[in-house]
Design a binder for this molecule. Structure first.
Ligand SMILES: Nc1ncnc2c1ncn2[C@@H]1O[C@H](COP(=O)(O)OP(=O)(O)OP(=O)(O)O)[C@@H](O)[C@H]1O
Ligand SMILES: [Mg+2]
Length: 350
C-alpha cells in the first residue's frame, strides 16, 4: 500500500498510509476502535475504493480490480454463514459459484474439514453449531478457496475468553501450516502479540509503528504505542532533565540520557520493571502507597510520588503493602524509555 488515503465525506479515515505486508507472513493491524482497521481491510478486499494511493499484490496493481479478481478471502467478525445451507455447502459455496465440479468441491471440502477438525459437523446447519464451530466453518469457507491472501476482521471477538485463547493457537497453527499471507485486524493486543509475525499499530488513520511483537513491546516508537501495548499499561511519568541528570518528582535517577534531551521529558517504565524499595535508597522515587490490587500470582502496588502522579509496580503476590505506607519505587535502569512530550517520539530506548 502506498500513499493510501480514504475519506468518508469530510472525515479522513486513512491518511497517506504506506505499508508493506511481506509474503506468507501473518500481519496484524492493531489499534483502538475507529482508527481505520476495517476500512483498510475493506480497501485491500476491494469492498471500498481509496480516495488516493495504490494497492499492489506483488507487482500487480489491484486497486482498480473488482473484489472477485483479487483472489482474497475475507473472514468477518460475524462469520456471515448462510443459515439455510449445511456446513459442507457453506464451506464449498465459493467454489460452487465459480463453477467448480461437484467431485472437486467435495474433495476440497473434505480436506479443509480435516484440517479444521469439523468433519463430523458437515451436515449440520449453522444454528446447530457453537460459536467456535461457526468460526471454524467461516475459516473453512475462506480456506477452501485457496486464496493468495486471507483478510480477517476480528474473527475471534464473538467467542468467550477461553475459546478465544484456544483459537489464537489454532489460527497461528493454520497459518504456519498453510503459509498464506494474512492480514488480521484486532483491537486485542494479546491476539496481536501471540499470533503475528508483524504488528502494525494504528491510531487515527496513521501507522504509529510496524515491528515484530517483541519490537513494539520492547521498543515502542512513541507515547501512543507505549501506552497502548502492555498490561497493565506502561507508567508514563513527567520528568525533568537538570544539569544532565534525570529527576522524577525531585528524585535523581542514574540513567544514561540521550544527547540533546529537552528539559521536560516523559519517563516510561513498565510495571513489571518497577520494584519496591525503601525511601532513601539510591535511584528510587519516594512516595506513599495509594492502592493495592491482587491480580492472581502478582500484586499491583500503585504509589503516589507527587500529587496525582502515580507509579504502578507489579510485584509478587507475597509482597505485603498497606495503604499510605511510606515507600519508594525503583524503575529498572535497563528498561527505561524516555519520550519527548512535544512530539511523543521516543528519545532513547533501554
Ligand atoms: N461507510 C462509512 N461511511 C462513513 N464513515 C465510515 C464508514 N465506514 C467507516 N466509517 C468511519 O471511519 C472510521 C474508521 O472506521 P473503521 O470501521 O475502519 O474503524 P475500526 O478501526 O475498524 O474500528 P473497530 O475496532 O471499532 O471495528 C470511523 O470513524 C467510522 O465511523
Ligand atoms: Mg472494525
Amino acid at each position: 500500500m502506498r500513499g493510501l488515503s480514504k475519506s468518508f465525506g469530510s472525515n479522513q479515515v486513512l491518511k497517506a498510509l504506506d505499508l508493506t505486508v511481506p509474503s506468507r507472513q501473518f500481519v496484524t493491524l492493531l489499534g483502538p476502535s475507529g482508527c481505520g482497521k476495517t476500512t483498510l481491510l475493506r480497501l485491500i478486499a476491494g469492498l471500498e475504493t481509496a480516495t488516493a494511493g495504490e494497492i499492489s499484490f506483488g507487482e500487480r496493481r489491484v486497486d482498480r480490480l473488482p473484489p472477485g479478481e483479487r483472489n482474497i478471502a475475507m473472514v468477518f467478525q460475524s462469520y456471515a454463514l448462510y443459515p439455510t445451507m449445511d456446513v459442507a455447502r457453506n464451506i464449498g459455496y465459493g467454489l460452487e459459484v465459480r463453477g467448480t465440479s461437484r467431485a472437486e468441491r467435495q474433495e476440497k471440502i473434505g480436506a479443509v474439514a480435516k484440517v479444521l477438525e469439523i468433519g463430523h459437523l458437515l451436515l449440520r446447519k449453522p444454528k446447530q453449531l457453537s460459536g467456535g464451530q461457526r468460526q471454524r466453518v467461516a475459516l473453512g469457507r475462506a480456506m477452501s478457496r485457496r486464496p493468495d491472501i486471507f483478510l480477517m476482521d476480528e474473527p475471534l471477538s464473538n467467542l468467550d475468553a477461553k475459546l478465544r485463547a484456544a483459537m489464537r493457537g489454532e489460527l497461528r497453527r493454520f497459518h504456519l501450516d498453510l503459509g498464506t499471507t494474512t492480514v488480521y485486524v484486532t483491537h486485542d493486543q494479546l491476539e496481536a502479540m501471540t499470533m503475528s509475525d508483524l504488528v502494525v499499530v494504528m491510531n487515527e488513520g496513521v501507522v504509529q509503528q510496524i515491528g515484530t511483537p517483541e519490537e513494539v513491546y520492547g521498543r515502542p516508537a512513541n507515547l501512543f504505542v507505549a501506552g497502548f501495548i502492555g498490561t497493565p499499561p506502561m507508567n508514563l511519568i513527567p520528568a525533568q532533565v537538570r544539569d544532565g541528570v534525570l529527576t522524577v518528582a525531585g528524585a535523581p535517577l542514574r540513567v544514561a540520557l540521550p544527547p540533546g534531551a529537552p528539559a521536560e521529558v516523559v519517563l516510561g517504565v513498565r510495571p513489571q520493571d518497577v520494584t519496591m524499595a525503601r525511601p532513601g535508597d539510591p535511584d528510587t522515587i519516594p512516595g506513599k502507597v495509594w492502592m493495592v490490587e491482587l491480580i492472581g500470582s502478582e500484586r499491583l502496588i500503585e504509589v503516589e510520588i507527587a500529587p496525582k502522579i502515580r507509579v504502578t509496580a507489579e510485584v509478587r503476590a507475597s509482597h505485603r503493602a498497606a495503604l499510605d505506607d511510606v515507600v519508594a519505587v525503583r524503575p529498572d535502569p535497563d528498561h527505561l524509555h524516555i519520550f519527548d512530550p512535544a512530539t511523543g517520539a521516543v528519545l532513547s530506548a533501554a
